[in-house]
Design a binder for this molecule. Structure first.
Ligand code: SAM
Length: 290
């Protein structure tokens, strides 16, 4: 029997009088086939450490602990800590940390792995209300995570993995694809969770690129430019750039010169530009600055 078997999950929840907290995005997986597919996608071994975000009652943690060197699982809900102590008692390679993942100093935490030199993968069924902040927290931590194999709303997975010129492509696609190659591994129907969420989910596999996808002098400026370019999706790049940088003649002149140097027509929409084109534009804007 597995923790994720429906009858085991029900029994654990009942024994502890556990009630779901919607505000923590608590939708627990009760399908062992899906869990097996997630760990298969993660390609774990005893030479890989795993970070899990939101273990719940340990449905996924159990599968991870069986294959990884060590699992460090961050759970915000203090009511789940004694439950996890019980459900995962057979494992000596799991550390459960009661914390809000967004407030965790990741560098400090990962130094507590028994073997901190092993590659680290993040494998999780994420709390959906903070999918994007969690991903940005992980990416911006500067820690060279090898891979993320994470479940999220299908709609967000589609946005992250979208290519230029599609309706889903936006600043989130650029932000993640700057660091990682992102691919939807498989779709998960809402029926395999208790309680069932009101959206379908997807497992997104993100593999770290050996270096950022494009070369930019100032990452902050690059991401500001990307955000500005997508600000009003129906407006042209020219309108969005003016709205962000200013409409005075000097600024307009600077923008015109930079677009020309980058070889980008002002009349295009931001969503048609790939990461490399945003990088050329960022370089041109910096070079043409008076
Ligand atoms: N892994 C379990 C499973 O698949 O059945 C539970 C997944 S459930 C979608 C998300 C989990 O994340 C819940 O256990 C919730 O309490 C936890 N969580 C929510 N916000 C969190 C945060 N800020 N930091 C850490 N854990 C959080």
């Amino acid at each position: 029997m597995r923790i994720a078997d429906y009858s085991v999950t029900r029994a654990v929840l009942e024994r502890h009088g556990f009630t779901f907290k919607k505000s923590f995005g608590q939708n627990f997986l009760t399908d062992t086939n899906i869990l097996q597919k997630i760990v298969d996608s993660a390609e774990l071994s005893r030479e890989v450490n795993v970070i899990e975000i939101g273990p719940g009652i340990g449905a996924l943690t159990e599968f991870l602990a069986e294959q990884a060197a060590e699992v460090m699982a961050f759970e915000i809900d203090e009511r789940l800590i004694p439950i996890l102590g019980e459900t995962l008692s057979a494992f000596d390679n799991v550390q459960v940390v009661q914390a809000d993942i967004l407030k965790v100093n990741l560098a400090e935490q990962i130094s507590r792995f028994r073997n901190p030199d092993l590659p680290i993968k993040v494998v999780a069924n994420l709390p959906y209300y903070i999918t994007t902040p969690i991903l940005m927290h992980l990416l911006e931590s500067g820690i060279p995570f090898a891979e993320f194999i994470v479940m999220m709303q299908k709609e967000v997975a589609d946005r992250i993995s979208a290519q230029p010129g599609t309706k889903d492509y936006g600043s989130l696609s650029v932000a993640v694809q700057y660091y990682m190659e992102a691919k939807v591994a498989f779709i998960v129907p809402r029926t395999v969770f208790v309680p069932a969420p009101n959206v379908d989910s997807a497992i997104l596999k993100m593999t770290r690129l050996p270096q950022p996808a494009v070369e930019v002098a100032d990452e902050d400026f690059y991401f500001k430019l990307v955000k500005a370019s997508f600000h009003h999706r129906r407006k042209t790049l020219w309108n969005n750039l003016q709205a962000y940088f200013g409409k005075d003649p000097e600024t307009k002149d600077w923008l015109t010169r930079s677009l020309e140097v980058a070889g980008i027509a002002p009349s295009v929409r931001g969503e048609t530009l790939g990461l490399a084109e945003f990088a050329s534009l960022a370089r041109a804007l910096e070079a043409e600055k008076g």
